[in-house]
Design a protein around this ligand. Structure first.
Ligand code: FES
Length: 485
């Protein structure tokens, strides 16, 4: 922390800190200064010159992203000489930039496109007559393709790799107008956070290969959501088009994920559109309720076991607990999923080993000891033929489902399954109710920090599938309509 200072931007008095840069203060107060190399999640570098402003302490224009606030400093962001400087910087950047907006995936969210439109005035002194510098287009790694011609060498990506991820897999190569970014010879850009550089690239130089030519962004819908791929619970935006997820991007939450998310979280949505999605019911919630009531009455609550996964929302887990508490069933097991160890990066961003979004709430609801037991107790009760009816509320993408349980489920008389993907279990279920994937429902997850985060549905569930909270509510209602004898 520096000392408090008062500065004036465009005649407006603003309280700031002497450690802050003028650009940060201006942006925080709704005064937009165009910029390329500055990003609020990265250390400033001051290389693009787009943020030039007039300051009272200097005869020449200064880059606002590297100018510290000082008491009584006066800043002008819109005077004619600043406007001219912007225009000139843009002309300089456009000398070698291709005019390929119609086929560029960044089109519609490109800062070069927007700033050119706003400040360049549509005029060119080059008219396509000069020779452009050609820089190669190439794959940098499994996820990212690089268009050298579009790069403005703002080095956001290079700084992300060194300061946020810490892998340092990218650097600036060559000099002058041959300058570009690249990996070292023989190095593949395979950093687990690599796709963040696609988001922060201000132009279309770094492109996500899976999003390549998939959609014009102005036709897409964007829904704020929460990532379900690990217990960090990154805040995300789902980009959808024609009922399909096209990409997942991080949404700013300084308390959880900052500006970032991991590649695994972005890629883990294929199962939502899988051909293996369950879309047709067998039976109804009413029949599920009757089967539950009947087994409890004939054999007692000890003949019923229930399993739920940490992929379900807080609302669904509350309903699940209420149903089995009301029946007096105590054999409840849990489906969780852990892979490897937590991985923390240079800036503190963590990819969790817990690959479910709501294990913290499961623990809050049922107690840590019980959740740690997982499904083991239920598996052995089923193996010992002690269970007549097994109720499963799953929702885990199937790479996490316990094999032993799949093999044993045929031993119970009644299997009631609420799930999203076809499996050997769904083939054996007496009552099968297709559920909704996380992107198809609204609800709340509690992340590893204990933070409750709500999210909204971005898509409609396929066929007869519907949110589990609706299915469980119907079962609960049906149970209360058939009172115990
Ligand atoms: Fe200030 Fe690039 S944003 S020089």
């Amino acid at each position: 922390m520096g000392k408090p200072v008062t500065i004036k931007i465009n005649g407006r008095e603003i309280q700031a800190d002497s450690d802050q840069y003028v650009l940060n203060v201006a942006m925080d107060h709704g005064i937009f200064v165009p910029h390329y190399c500055w990003h609020p999640g990265l250390p400033p570098e001051g290389n693009c010159r787009m943020c030039l402003v007039k300051v009272s302490t200097s005869r020449k224009l200064e880059v606002s992203c590297m100018t510290r606030c000082a008491d009584k400093l006066e800043v002008d962001t819109e005077v004619p000489e600043v406007q001219k400087a912007r225009k000139d910087v843009l002309e300089f950047l456009l000398i070698n930039h291709p005019l390929d907006c119609p086929i560029c995936d960044k089109s519609g969210e490109c800062m070069l496109q927007d700033f050119t439109y706003n400040w360049r005035g549509g005029l060119s002194r080059f008219l396509g007559l000069q020779e452009k510098n050609i820089r190669p287009t190439k794959d940098l790694g499994p996820n990212i393709r690089f268009w050298g011609n579009r790069c403005v060498v703002c080095t956001r990506c290079v700084r992300f790799m060194s300061e946020v991820s810490g892998s340092g897999q990218l650097s600036v190569v060559q000099r002058g107008d041959h300058c570009s970014i690249d990996t070292a010879p023989g190095v593949t850009l395979d950093d687990p956070l690599s796709l963040n550089i696609v988001d922060i690239c201000p132009v279309g130089a770094l492109i996500d290969k899976e999003f390549l030519y998939q959609a014009r962004v102005w036709y897409t819908m964007r829904t704020p959501s929460v990532c379900a791929s690990c217990s960090t619970g990154c805040n995300i935006t789902l980009t959808t088009l024609d009922g399909k997820i096209k990409r997942i991007q991080p949404r700013l939450n300084q308390e959880v994920n900052g500006y970032w998310m991991c590649d695994d979280g972005r890629r883990h949505f294929g199962y939502v559109h899988s051909e293996r999605r369950l879309t047709e019911r067998i039976g109804t919630p009413d029949e599920a309720a009757r089967a539950l009531r009947s087994v409890v009455e004939r054999h007692g609550p000890g003949a019923v076991a229930a399993l739920c996964s940490a992929y379900n929302t807080c609302e669904e887990l509350n309903l699940f607990k209420e149903i089995f508490d009301s029946l007096g069933v105590t054999q409840v097991g849990f489906l969780t999923a852990t892979e490897g160890q937590d991985r923390t990066f240079k800036n503190g961003f963590t990819i969790r080993a817990d690959k479910t979004p709501n294990a913290a709430f499961l623990t809050r609801l049922f107690g840590e000891q019980k959740v740690l037991e997982g499904s083991n107790k239920i598996v052995s009760l089923v193996a010992d033929d002690k269970i007549k009816l097994l109720f499963i509320l799953n929702g885990l993408p199937d790479r996490h489902f316990p094999r032993a349980l799949r093999d044993l489920a045929g031993r119970v008389e009644e299997l009631i399954l609420i799930d999203i993907l076809k499996s050997p279990l769904s083939e054996r279920a007496n009552v099968l109710l297709p559920g909704a994937a996380w992107a198809e429902k609204s609800g709340t997850f509690v992340n590893a920090q204990g933070r409750e985060q709500t999210f909204k549905a971005a898509l409609t569930p396929p066929g007869e599938a519907m949110p589990e909270s609706k299915l469980l509510s119907e079962i609960s209602l049906a149970l209360s309509a058939v009172p115990a004898k």
